[in-house]
Design a protein around this ligand. Structure first.
Ligand SMILES: [Zn+2]
Length: 161
């Protein structure tokens, strides 16, 4: 069965905790992020696990590239735990709005067009500053278009940022 187009992303508490822990301690002069692992059912992606950058990640003020070996270890662990698969990536924009940059879009399209990865769609969670807090947005990339989608699961922790 072909999964339907994604219209909503749900962040499980465990995934949200990893992201908020990373945001609390992150150096705000450079991007940070990690992979997202979970399940795509009907039109919703549930993110069960979020990764940390890893020791070999490339982190500049305008660019983030995951640590591939670190990501693979996380992916193996998540699959063993609940059959989560790689469904996307999260990263910060410390100095700009939380919308995909042209470089982000190029990266996502490259991943989507890789037949070995066999992505149906790719989920991007992008985090940007909102005053002293963070604004978290979710995007789906499919058929060479990127669309913002609803993001659920933030209610419990949002007041603590
Ligand atoms: Zn970006």
């Amino acid at each position: 069965m072909t999964p339907r187009s994604v219209t909503a992303v749900h962040l499980a508490q465990e995934a949200l905790r990893v992201i908020t822990d990373e945001l609390r301690t992150a150096d705000r002069t450079r991007e940070t992020g990690g992979i997202l692992l979970g399940h795509h059912v009907h039109d919703t992606v549930t993110v069960q696990h979020a990764g940390t950058p890893g020791p070999e990640a490339v982190q500049t003020s305008t660019y983030f590239l995951r640590d591939r070996a670190h990501a693979q270890t996380l992916a193996d662990h998540a699959y063993a735990q609940d059959h989560s698969v790689w469904i996307g990536e999260w990263h910060t924009h410390p100095t700009s709005r939380p919308v995909p940059s042209s470089r982000d879009a190029a990266t996502y399209h490259q991943l989507l067009n890789d037949p070995e990865l066999a992505f149906h769609s790719f989920i991007a969670v992008i985090v940007g500053p909102r005053g002293p807090h963070w604004n978290i947005t979710a995007w789906t990339c499919q058929n060479n278009t990127i669309t913002q989608v609803a993001l659920h699961g933030l209610q419990h922790q949002s007041r603590h940022w």
